[in-house]
Design a protein around this ligand. Structure first.
Ligand SMILES: Cc1cc2nc3c(=O)[nH]c(=O)nc-3n(C[C@H](O)[C@H](O)[C@H](O)COP(=O)(O)OP(=O)(O)OC[C@H]3O[C@@H](n4cnc5c(N)ncnc54)[C@H](O)[C@@H]3O)c2cc1C
Length: 403
C-alpha cells in the first residue's frame, strides 16, 4: 500500500493551502492541554467546555465552517474537514469529549443550513467561536429508533410557539447553552406524510428542566440527562418548520454519523498502536506475544480491515463528494461494528491487564465503543437506510438466471 503510514492522520494528507491551514490549526488545538482535558473528562465524568473554547479560539471550527460557506451557498459541509476533525477527536481516547464535540458540530451543521433568523445566525456564530455549546434532543420514551413515536409538541401561541414535552436523552444538557429540540406541530398542513409534522426549535437550556445525569457504562465525559420542556418561544427560534423538520434533522444526524465513523477510525488507530506495542514488549512462553502467530495474524486481519475503513473515508474526504444520508449511514454502521470488534480483540490481547481499568485504558475504550453502535441511530436503523437505496440489476438477472 502506498501513501502515508497507517497511523498518520488524514490531516497529514493536506494538499490545498486551506487544508494545510486546517491541519496546522488541528495540530495547535490537539496539544497536551487538550489531551489533559480529555483524560480528566473521563475520570471527573464531566464535559469540559474549555475544549469547545480551545477549538473556537484556535480557529478549527471557524475554518471548517467558513470553508463550507465558501464552497456552497447552501453551507454543504466539506467532508475533508469533517473527517480530519473526527479522526483527531477519535484519537483523544475520550469518547465523551469526542462525542460531545461532534454533537456540538453537528448542531452547527443544522443551524448553518437551516437557521435563517437573526437569532439563529447569532447562535451559530457563537457556537463556531466556541462561546456557545449546542446539543440535539430527538429521542423520547416512546420514540427512539422510530421518531414518529415522539409526542412533544409545539403549538402556535401569541406570535410564537409553546413547547411542551419530554426528551429521554439530551447529551451535554448539564453544560450546554442551547438545545435543538425535535417536536411535532399538531394540525400542521403537511401534505400527508406521517413524519413531516416534525419541526426543529433552538431552545435556551435555561428554559428546560433537567433531570438527574445518567450513570453510564462508558463515554463518561458525554454527560447525558433527561429534560422536560414547557415554555413559550418567539418564532425566531424555529429552525425548520413542519415539512422540513425531518430533512433538517437528517442533515444534522448524517453529519454526526460520518463524524462517528471518523472517530471510530481514530480510536481503532490508538487501540491497535497500543496493542502492537504490548505484543512486542510482553513475553510469554519465552517469546514476545507478537511472535505467536495466532495473535499476530489476528491483529494483522483487524489492521487490514481498519485500513479499508481508512481508505474508504479518505476516498470520501478527498473526492469532493457531498454529505448524503445513505453513505453516512453505511459508513457509520460498518465503522462502529468493526470498531467494536477491534476494541474487543485488543482488550483480549492485553489479557487480564485489559480488564483492569487502572492498568490499561482498553476496558474503558471497549465500553465506550459500544455507544457507536447505538448513538446517532442503531445498526438496524442504519441498515434500513442502506436497504432503502438498494437497486436490483434486472438486466443481469434476466441474462444470467434461467429457472
Ligand atoms: C449515552 C447516550 C447518549 C445519547 N444522547 C442522545 C442525545 O443527545 N440526543 C438524542 O436525541 N438521543 C440521544 N441518545 C439516544 C439514542 O440516539 C437512542 O438510544 C438510539 O437512537 C436508539 O433508540 P432507543 O434507545 O429508543 O432504542 P429502540 O428504538 O427502543 O431500539 C431497541 C433495539 O431495537 C432495535 N430496533 C428498533 N426498531 C427496529 C426495527 N424496525 N428493525 C430491527 N431492529 C429494530 C434497535 O436497533 C435496538 O437494537 C443517546 C443514547 C445514549 C445511550
Amino acid at each position: 500500500m502506498t501513501g502515508p503510514g497507517p497511523a498518520e492522520p488524514l490531516s497529514a494528507l493536506a494538499a490545498t493551502p486551506r487544508q494545510l491551514d486546517f491541519a496546522a490549526a488541528l495540530d495547535a488545538a490537539f496539544d497536551e492541554k487538550m489531551q489533559l482535558l480529555a483524560d480528566e473528562a473521563e475520570s471527573a465524568r464531566v464535559f469540559p467546555r474549555e475544549v469547545v473554547e480551545i477549538l473556537g479560539d484556535r480557529g478549527v471550527l471557524g475554518m471548517k465552517w467558513d470553508t463550507a460557506q465558501q464552497d456552497s451557498p447552501q453551507s454543504h459541509t466539506d467532508l475533508y474537514y469533517l473527517l480530519a476533525f473526527a479522526e483527531r477527536l477519535g484519537r483523544l481516547g475520550s469518547a465523551g469529549v469526542a462525542a460531545g464535540m461532534s454533537l456540538h458540530d453537528s448542531s452547527i451543521a443544522i443551524l448553518r443550513r437551516f437557521g435563517r433568523s437573526e437569532y439563529l445566525r447569532r447562535v451559530a456564530q457563537d457556537a463556531i467561536a466556541g462561546r456557545t455549546l449546542l446539543c440535539i434532543g430527538a429521542t423520547e420514551n416512546g420514540g427512539g429508533s422510530d421518531l414518529q413515536g415522539a409526542v412533544s409538541t409545539a403549538v402556535a401561541e401569541r406570535g410564537g410557539y409553546r413547547l411542551v414535552g419530554h426528551k429521554k436523552f439530551l447529551s451535554l444538557s448539564p453544560v450546554a447553552d442551547v438545545a435543538i429540540l425535535v417536536v411535532r406541530v399538531p394540525g400542521a398542513t403537511v401534505g400527508g406524510s406521517g413524519l413531516s409534522d416534525l419541526a426543529l426549535f433552538a431552545v435556551p437550556i435555561d428554559r428546560l428542566e433537567l433531570g438527574p445525569v445518567y450513570a453510564k457504562v462508558g463515554a463518561h465525559g458525554f454527560v447525558t440527562a433527561p429534560i422536560t420542556v414547557d415554555t413559550w418561544l418567539p418564532a425566531e427560534h424555529l429552525i425548520a418548520r413542519p415539512g422540513t423538520g425531518m430533512a433538517a434533522l437528517t442533515w444534522g444526524i448524517s453529519h454526526e454519523r460520518l463524524s462517528i465513523a471518523g472517530q471510530v477510525l481514530g480510536a481503532c488507530d490508538s487501540a491497535l498502536g497500543l496493542t502492537v506495542a504490548r505484543m512486542k514488549r510482553r513475553e510469554q512462553f519465552g517469546t514476545p506475544l507478537f511472535a505467536h502467530q495466532a495473535l499476530r495474524l489476528r491483529i494483522a486481519d483487524l489492521d487490514a480491515r481498519v485500513g479499508v475503513l481508512r481508505w474508504a473515508l479518505r476516498g470520501l474526504a478527498l473526492s469532493g463528494a457531498r454529505l448524503d444520508a445513505r453513505t453516512a449511514a453505511a459508513m457509520k454502521v460498518t465503522a462502529a461494528r468493526l470498531g467494536s470488534e477491534v476494541l474487543s480483540e485488543c482488550m483480549h490481547i492485553f489479557g487480564g491487564t485489559g480488564y483492569l481499568t487502572e492498568q490499561s485504558p482498553l476496558g474503558q475504550w471497549w465500553c465506550d465503543m459500544k455507544l457507536a453502535r447505538v448513538g446517532g441511530g442503531t445498526d438496524e436503523v442504519l441498515w434500513e437506510l442502506v436497504a432503502a437505496g438498494l437497486v436490483p440489476d434486472y438486466d443481469s438477472y434476466d441474462r444470467l438466471v434461467h429457472e
